[in-house]
Design a protein around this ligand. Structure first.
Ligand code: GLN
Length: 422
């Protein structure tokens, strides 16, 4: 068994039949499971047991899946390595001694190690695609609004989506078929009206597909990652696809804009964890202010505290225009650039991560370095678009992922293109 994949290993049986009957699923531990602890990888929620199921969990159960455990993750989704988890890091089954990526590292590792057939993760700025790339599996970040987030513990609502991880594109598509579509409990969701299934789109046929390669998303990439990327593009060309270079000038601001917005939303979302409404209280009996700060001091890890502090600062009077509003302007610009690039390409391709998986412990002391590793994934969340990470090969024995980005609700095109590779 790969180390530390699950925070809680408790089986939740689904219906007797359905499209996922006989399949096992790992669920990221920020997705609510009625009666089964949901910790978000935090000491704050170590004992928290939700009273209801997230919509995606009800849909899994209705589809006949068996949930085999709640997967390890960076605390509240804040990280790229799964090392900020209060429950300790997860090893990478595809590259032992290396991080599995994050924040859905336990979900990707569960699938890569064969401990679950399928997994659910959540992706705010890359948290499905990064671990998929690092563990050599497939991950889909759906279009904003395709999958219900009812029951997902929020980190940064305007950016995040729940999505599938699996060993093949077809398996990931089958799981997407089960979880996608509108939900009366999440007003941001919609059904996109196409009656064909996502699984049916996994034809592997890329004849005539046009691929745009944004030059900016290759600039910061390691040489070995770049070589593996171009090999995968050549493979797609051999099968009848064509590529041309495109430019997304705004993406140089994407990581900064993403972190300002994500931290701002996090500072507001995490206010509820005060030891009274939610979270461990530590039994402190001083005045309210002291009780709150004591609970938050003990319950949150360093990365979460750093983000709450920075997010609170960015939203405060006097700085709101300087940081938060500017980040929103950058977000609009990023969206516009993607729309333009996708007006004459079916999909955009880049390495998912500019680097191969870090060694365990390597990136922990340098948060800025870690944030920069999100250069290719965060722009997609800013633009609300769908993306898939599919294994592209290896560099020095370490997995490399290829990211394909499509227009809003263009998941079928991504699945068709990616299924030519995995
Ligand atoms: N690494 C990014 C962050 O720490 C993305 C995390 C995520 O998608 N949840 O914010």
């Amino acid at each position: 068994m790969a180390a530390n994949v699950f925070i809680t290993e408790e089986t939740i049986e689904g219906a007797e039949d359905g499209p996922l009957a006989g399949r096992t699923v790992a669920v990221k531990d920020n997705i609510s499971t009625a009666g089964v602890r949901t910790t978000c990888g935090s000491a704050m929620l170590e004992e928290y047991v939700p009273p209801y199921d997230a919509t995606v969990v009800s849909r899994l159960k209705d589809a006949g899946a068996t949930i085999v455990g709640k997967a390890n993750m960076d605390e509240f989704g804040m990280g790229t390595t799964t090392e900020t988890s209060y429950f300790g890091p997860t090893d990478n089954p595809a590259a032992p001694g290396h991080v599995p990526g994050g924040s859905s590292g336990g979900s990707a590792a569960a699938v890569a190690a064969g401990e679950a057939d399928l997994a659910l993760g959540s992706d705010t700025g890359g948290s499905i695609r990064c671990p998929a790339a690092f563990c050599g599996v497939v991950g889909i970040k759906p279009t904003y609004g395709l999958v219900s987030r009812y029951g997902l513990v929020a980190y940064a609502n305007s950016l995040e989506q729940i999505g599938p991880l699996a060993n093949t594109v077809e398996d990931a598509a089958e799981l997407l078929d089960v979880i996608a579509g509108s939900d009366e409990n999440d007003a941001t969701t919609r059904s996109e009206g196409d009656e064909t299934t996502y699984a049916d789109a996994a034809t592997g046929d890329v004849d005539g597909l046009t691929i745009g390669v944004p030059t900016e998303l290759l600039e910061g990439a390691d040489e070995g990652v770049r070589e593996t990327f171009w090999d995968a593009i050549a493979d797609l060309e051999d099968r009848g696809a064509s590529y041309h270079e495109v430019s997304l000038p705004s993406v140089e601001h994407a990581v900064e804009a993403y972190y300002v917005i994500a931290m701002s939303e996090a500072s507001s979302n995490l206010a509820r964890f005060d030891g009274v409404r939610y979270g461990t209280s530590g039994g402190y009996d001083g005045n309210w202010n002291e009780a709150f700060s004591q609970a938050r001091k003990e319950g949150f890890g360093d990365e979460v505290k750093r983000r709450i502090l920075l997010g609170t600062y960015a939203l405060s009077a006097g700085y709101h225009d300087k940081y938060y509003k500017k980040a929103q302007d950058a977000r609009a610009w990023v969206k516009q650039d993607f729309d333009e690039a996708l007006s004459d390409a079916d999909v955009l391709a880049s390495p998912t991560m500019p680097v191969p998986p870090f060694e365990l412990g390597e990136s922990l002391d340098d948060p800025l370095q870690m944030y920069l590793a999100d250069a290719n994934t965060t722009p997609v969340n800013l633009a609300d678009l769908p993306a898939i990470s599919v294994p592209a090969g290896e560099t020095d024995g370490l997995p490399v992922g290829l990211q394909l980005v499509g227009p809003a609700f263009g998941e079928r095109t991504l699945i068709r293109a990616a299924s030519a590779l995995a």
